[in-house]
Design a protein around this ligand. Structure first.
Ligand SMILES: [Zn+2]
Length: 472
């Protein structure tokens, strides 16, 4: 291969795994090295340690955290990719690993949630809860969930080695939730919902695809799981100060802004619909176009309607009851098209208005096309707002982290909406909550291509450390 050929091959290689719009590591790194280059800056900061007495704790917040993420990323039920569903053998192993990181402060509850608690100066004061989930989707990335657990543990470890744990006015408890993704039982937030007290005891009867009930799984994991014990998992609201979660953004906004961390404003509410459109088959040559009942064409029109409505809802939100039915003439074989609709918005009333308008127009289109249409509402969750005080505290903590790592940068910490659900959504039923997002390359998640810079892991750890030092 000639030099040019070699270069082309190298360029091509560099582009593999990086899609349009995604940044390279160097690009993402620019945040830290805009002026003098990262290493130089760190040295300068290093000299400042003696002067102002604060450290970057690279050893714990970056290197150890990154190596723990790698370690946890290898704890899988299958060879070759990451899969760790609720209370699977790998989940139990992962829980043990996390519990060891919590040293003698850790324990595992009957739902498989791992807890680690430090008392601070007043063990009976309401506790700040921090954490995320230890389960994964099938063929997952190593940061989704794990990052929130690891960064919380690392920040507490820094407080431990610097002997500052006693300065905490409130106890701090890290929880690695056993189920957020809902892969095994098709029911999300089993771990956090149990602690928030919003999981009914009847959930014990749900079964996975092999027919094993939740009760049986729990009994296998811990002896004597009763309904009473299950209900006792719930924390009392007065025993809790708040909940804070660090999570990868799972979207491209922070990457596009070139900023490692952002504060979450809220988590969108969600409705899932199942739409079934039924028509009938006819001869391609003999049935006149005006008499056709083609569910595929109707579904296509419904999907385009959905897109237009979600792009410009203001053009649609007035109801026009124009219903003209064409007599159905061909009724031999029934054809059915089924599709699902996933609708999310921060504004619950707005989501309802869009749903009302969407359903009315969908039925109207199907009437006109002489196909029948059934719209089933399969899932509903209301939007959850992050607590404004916690958000402000996290925002200032993120800025502290930026300034420690990148000098006196003057950036607005982005404020984002979360389109994805998180444990914080369940925990909001128990206490006030706040979330910090960490940028991930290309906004990609639920994939082995999930990627977070080691330095962004570091920034997240520093931010949580600053939050604990200044606000707890
Ligand atoms: Zn997650």
């Amino acid at each position: 291969m000639g030099e040019d050929g070699q270069k082309n091959a190298e360029n091509k290689e560099a582009m593999v795994g990086q899609k349009r719009g995604e940044r390279s590591d160097e690009d993402m790194h620019k945040f830290y090295s805009d002026v003098q280059g990262m290493e130089k800056k760190l040295k300068r900061r290093g000299e400042e340690i003696e002067v102002v007495g604060h450290d970057l704790y690279r050893e714990y917040l970056r290197d150890e955290a990154a190596s723990r993420l790698n370690e946890l990323g290898k704890v899988s039920d299958v060879n070759g990719y990451l899969e760790r569903t609720f209370l699977s053998p790998a989940s139990v192993r992962a829980a043990n690993v996390i519990s060891q990181w919590m040293e003698d402060a850790g324990w595992v509850d009957i739902m498989g949630n791992v807890h680690g608690r430090v008392d601070g100066m007043n063990a009976s004061a309401p506790a700040l809860l921090m954490g995320s989930h230890l389960d994964t989707v099938v063929d997952a990335g190593k940061f989704d969930g794990a990052l929130g657990i690891v960064s919380a543990i690392s920040a507490l470890k820094v407080l431990m080695v610097t002997e500052k744990l006693e300065n905490l006015r409130n106890p701090v408890e890290v929880i690695a939730f056993s189920d957020e993704e809902g892969v095994r039982f098709q029911s999300t937030f089993l771990g956090s919902a149990a602690i928030a007290g919003i999981l009914p005891a009847s959930t014990l009867n749900i079964s996975d695809k092999s027919g094993i009930t939740l009760q049986e799984v729990l009994n296998k994991n811990a002896v004597g799981v009763t309904e009473d014990k299950f209900i006792q998992l719930k924390y009392q609201p007065e025993s809790v100060l708040g909940y804070v979660e660090v999570h990868i953004e799972q979207g491209p906004v922070l990457e596009a802004a070139g900023i490692p961390l952002g504060v979450v404003k809220g988590i969108a509410g969600q409705t899932r619909l199942k739409v079934t459109v039924s028509g009938s088959q006819g001869h391609a040559g003999t049935v006149p176009m005006s008499m056709r009942r083609d569910p595929m064409a109707a579904a296509a029109e419904l999907i385009v309607l959905l897109e237009s409505l979600c792009k410009q809802p203001q053009n649609f939100l007035s109801y026009d009851d124009d219903c003209s039915t064409v007599e159905s003439l061909f009724g031999s074989l029934v054809c059915t098209v089924t599709f699902t609709v996933d609708l999310r918005a921060m504004d619950d009333a707005g989501r309802e208005a869009v749903l009302y308008e969407l359903s009315a127009r969908m039925y109207n289109i199907c009437d006109k096309r002489s196909v029948s249409c059934v719209i089933e509402r399969k899932h509903d969750a209301n939007a959850v707002k992050c607590n404004s005080e916690l958000s402000l505290q996290l925002q200032s903590a993120a800025l502290t982290a930026f300034r420690k790592m990148a000098g006196n940068v003057d950036v607005d910490v982005p404020k984002l909406m979360s389109g994805a659900g998180h444990d914080a959504m369940a925990m909001a039923h128990l206490t006030k909550m706040g979330m910090l997002f960490v940028r991930c390359r290309g906004g990609i998640s639920h994939s082995p291509a999930e990627h977070v810079l080691d330095d962004d892991v570091w920034a997240a750890g520093l931010a949580i450390l600053a939050f604990l030092e200044n606000h707890v």
